[in-house]
Write a protein that binds this ligand. Sequence first.
Ligand code: C2E
Ligand code: CA
Ligand code: CA
Length: 324
Amino acid sequence: RDILRMVVDPIVMDGRKVTASGRIGIVASVDTKTESGETLRQAEAALRRASAKAPRSYVVHDRKHDALERARESLDFDLSQALGRQQLHLAYQPIVELASGSIIGAEALMRWRHPVRGELQPSTFVPAAERTGTIVQLDTWALQAALREAKSWPEDTLLAVNVSAVQFRQPDFVASVFTELAATGFPAGRLELEVTETVLMREGRETEETLQDLIAAGVRIALDDFGTGYSALAYLARLPHHRIKLDRVFVKDLANPATAGLIEAVVAAARDRDVMVTAEGVETTDQMEAVRRIGFTHAQGFATGAPSCSPAMVLPGSLPQAAV
Ligand code: C2E
Ligand code: CA
Ligand code: CA
């Protein structure tokens, strides 16, 4: 603390007051057997952690942090190898049209078969991939693989693919989508890209232009995890889209009349503009009844089909429709 105070104390230069900022990472090396190189490596890790903190703070780095840091580094490394080692695959979850009760398409969801940790869900690796930038390769692969696999699906079946905010902002994103569509011959009108609010939060013309370019080519746009971000109304009015997917936290809470009333208004407003509305995470028959009553156009959830690695299981004609 004393050292920090000395660093951040303002000094006078050329008659002007100058303030410096400082953060300190601390490693205690009491064990004389530890090599200096190892201590330096830990000190660097300590400094990295300190850099992420508020100015004027210090961080003590111990074995526990070191183990966490190493686990993270090893996950990052494994992830960078996962594509080349063919450890990724896609699961598909059916999208059900409520009016007809039929499956009209499926959403591709990424899975990672880790050699030691087994099958991993995106929540364990997508944030890491976004942090390191690996997500660009992963999302490019997911789109390619999904288009290739969906080519053999029945005609008119919709394919939904998730796009990370990082991927969406790549300058060549639109071009890469067109390239993949052309390479596979998959009709653009059957592809729906799912983007989250975080993508759209970024102000400016680029987001709008990206969406417009995709839409002009026939690609459909879904706003994913709707209701969980911030400026919903502002972008809803400004940015073109075909569907909103209401996050499952709201579906869980539909028994609450206040939530149900609010959601009903959102659904009505969307339908007025010819925007489709999917209820995510529909798990029970009660929830299914509620989303029907409220006027959702589509549903996705365990009640109508969990994600499956065999597309044949989720496509029209192959599922018992009792739940619907
Ligand atoms: P998401 O796009 O909102 O996908 C829906 C998630 O909810 C999936 O989790 C799905 O398995 C799960 N789910 C479906 N029905 C139910 C239900 O009835 N109850 C409950 N509790 N959960 C249900 P998953 O597959 O673990 O994916 C998590 C998230 O990871 C996705 O959320 C999406 O944001 C992201 N993700 C998945 N695949 C990709 C991808 O290829 N690229 C990118 N960038 N993100 C992906
Ligand atoms: Ca999604
Ligand atoms: Ca979602």
